[in-house]
Design a protein around this ligand. Structure first.
Ligand code: FUB
Ligand code: ZN
Length: 631
């Protein structure tokens, strides 16, 4: 491992707050069981019994295995934190069915085994064999870590060995790589679980082969008898394979694929210290996060390629912003953060966590968004399931392992990236350190951290000062130190001899703030959004009737914190801080007769109520809006 930081696994983190803990509980009690029912009822689990025959209805789809695998991964994470004999045995049963489907040579894919048995590994470009393999591997590693059982792990090792026998740079092997990235990051996890370097090497091969010429996708298309020029997406930039990854300058194509690829690149850089790969990640990160990311951490504005278009193209109502892409953004930034603890990665991770990822699941945990627009005329709603059901189990696995994003450890350093009430147990070189947070974050910026060390020890406690926070104070046992007034790369480092009972108090000033977009984001010119702490706000019709949200104008000459009051409402939407202020709306009565009018327009004052963006569409349907025009 070359990375300076090591993420503290979620199994050593307990979250007992009013924000995440209820969500994690809903995920465990409602979402994971609901998703099991869906993968069961839709035939995804039964497809592992290999009973489908040509002509039967409901043929196993190319993505199906991945949905079951992501459910296993989510369920395993949940099991790791909450012992549950029934879930444990359900996992055993599902895994036994999967393992039984495996072919003697290790191959395992329900679509190809039943629907196209003679076409294995003939279309990496369009189909999802390696993607499904990757999710099975991630599931197996999660299940093994949670239970110590090797039932799925042994099966995926055989599968990975089979894959390594087919693909690679060695003579006689196909020089292929996945159309939908995923297996690369999974192989790194398999390497960590087994300590077998061959899995890391295979991941590295897939990363470095991507985009090399002649294009493998051309070769395999010709072998299938297809004309490569008739590729439906027209360009291999769609799957980030137009040029080798180390040469890529811009984020392109399908957003989820991009996030999984960059996550694997960061993994390999963290593992091997490969600076060139890290620089490629940094370049792509700059392109994405300074030119293409929504305020919510959603990414990928376009539905046609489920991904990226041109820089600064960030329409609100038509934003695709797939839930999986925001989840992938969290995965990637979490990995980038470990390299040397740069707070900009934690900022993006936090932005996506509090906004564009969790908008993907309803407050009751039963329905899901695939797309996460930043405005709606009232017709976009969460659904119980999708034919292409990648998003629901993705959000479930993220929530079930959420504590894993909060802390990192080093030999003589402890990092707190996320503030959430609860405890993190860190292993430093010579002592075990536990950090207990007491806080109401994200509703309040005060965080008390109680340190307990197995034995008195010198280390640096790095506390993140979020990018949204312009003013903070920090004290230890009531004392201040001018050295702690300097923020280095997003963190304040408190280096001292720590003893059990040391108490840190951090106050992050958390006003309501207006946000404006870069002048090149055409769609957002003359508009503001409203954020408090890490939470982005929106207006919904249900709180603002009869106002048409599009006609709202906000007067930014008054500071947002003065214009809006923040009130916590425990009974609303699972407990949210609501913002209330004033705005003006068009009061003309003649718009039904005219397309244009002369200024000045008649306007009237109205009250404006805002709720956190992630919580929209949980009540009656209606308009929603994040960006408002300004007076
Ligand atoms: O292709 C599998 C999944 O379906 C992707 O990750 C999603 O974006 C959707 O294309
Ligand atoms: Zn998805």
């Amino acid at each position: 491992m070359q990375a300076k930081l090591k993420a503290v696994p979620f199994t050593r983190v307990t979250i007992k707050d009013e924000f995440w803990a209820p969500r994690i509980e809903t995920n465990r009690k409602v979402t994971i069981p609901t998703e099991y029912k869906m993968v069961e009822e839709t035939g995804r689990i039964a497809s592992f019994d290999l009973k489908w025959r040509a002509g039967d209805p409901n043929p196993p789809h190319i993505f199906w295995d991945s949905d079951v695998a992501k459910w296993i991964e989510a369920a395993s994470y949940s099991l790791a934190s909450y012992p549950d004999a029934a879930l444990d045995s359900l996992l055993d049963t599902v895994i036994a069915r999967i393992a039984k489907a495996q072919q003697p040579d290790g191959y395992l894919n329900t679509h190809y085994q039943q629907v196209e048995p003679d076409k294995r590994w003939t279309n990496l470009r369009d189909n999802h064999e390696l993607y499904c393999a990757g999710h099975l591997i991630e599931a197996a590693v999660a299940h093994f870590s949670a239970t110590g059982k090797r039932s799925l792990l042994d099966a995926v090792c055989r599968y990975a060995d089979h894959i390594a026998s087919v693909f690679g740079a060695e003579r006689g092997k196909k020089r292929g790589y996945p159309g939908h990235e995923e297996v690369e990051l999974a192989l790194v996890k398999l390497y960590h679980a087994t300590n077998e370097a061959r899995y890391l090497n295979l991941a590295r091969y897939f990363i470095d082969e991507r985009g090399q010429q002649p294009y493998y996708y051309d070769i395999e298309a010709r072998e299938r008898g297809d004309d490569p020029a008739s590729f439906w997406a027209r360009t291999y930039a769609y799957m980030q394979a137009l040029v080798p990854v180390r040469e890529q300058q811009e984020v392109t194509g399908h957003a989820v694929r991009a996030m999984y690829l960059y996550s694997a690149m960061a993994d390999i850089a963290n593992e091997t210290g490969d600076r060139e790969l890290l620089s490629a990640c940094e370049r792509l990160w700059n392109d994405l996060c300074t030119r293409r990311m929504y305020l919510t951490g959603g990414i990928g504005p376009s539905a046609s390629n489920e991904g990226f278009t041109t820089p600064y193209d960030l329409p609100d109502e038509t934003a695709y912003a797939e839930t999986c892409a925001a989840v992938g953004l969290v995965f990637w930034n979490h990995r980038m953060l470990q390299f040397e603890g740069s707070g900009k990665y934690a900022d993006v991770m936090e932005r996506a966590l509090y906004n564009g990822t969790i908008s993907g699941v309803s407050v009751d945990g039963r329905t899901f968004f695939y797309e996460n627009p930043l405005a709606s005329s009232g017709k976009h709603h969460r659904r119980a399931w999708f034919d292409c059901a990648c998003c629901p189990p993705n959000i479930a696995r993220m929530l079930a392992s959420l504590g894993g994003y909060a802390y990192s450890e080093g030999d003589h350093d402890a990092w707190v990236h996320l503030y959430a009430q609860g405890v993190g147990k860190l292993q430093l070189a010579d002592t075990e350190v536990s950090i207990e947070q007491t806080t109401r974050y994200p509703w309040d910026g005060t965080v008390k951290l109680q340190v307990s060390a197995e034995r008195s020890s010198v280390f640096a406690l790095h506390l993140r000062i979020p990018g949204w926070c312009q003013r903070y104070t920090v004290s230890v046992n009531g004392e201040h130190n001018p050295a702690w007034e300097t923020v280095q790369d997003g963190y304040v480092a408190i280096k001292r001899q720590w003893v059990t009972g040391d108490a840190v108090e951090l106050h992050l000033h958390m006003p309501v703030q207006y946000v404006v977009a870069h002048p090149k984001v055409q769609q957002m010119q003359g508009r503001v959004a409203i954020q408090r702490g890490p939470v982005v706000y929106c207006a919904e019709s249900v709180d603002n009737q009869p106002v048409a949200l599009g006609s709202i104008l906000i007067k930014t000459s008054v500071a947002a914190d003065a214009a809006f009051s923040a009130t916590f409402r425990p009974g609303l939407l699972g407990g949210v801080t609501v913002l209330q202020g004033a705005a003006s709306v068009d009061s003309s009565t003649t718009w039904d007769k005219a397309l244009y009018q002369f200024l000045p327009q008649s306007r009237k004052q109205v009250g404006l109520t805002l709720i956190p963006y992630y919580a929209w569409d949980n009540r009656e349907p209606g308009e929603m809006r994040v960006w408002f025009r300004t007076e």
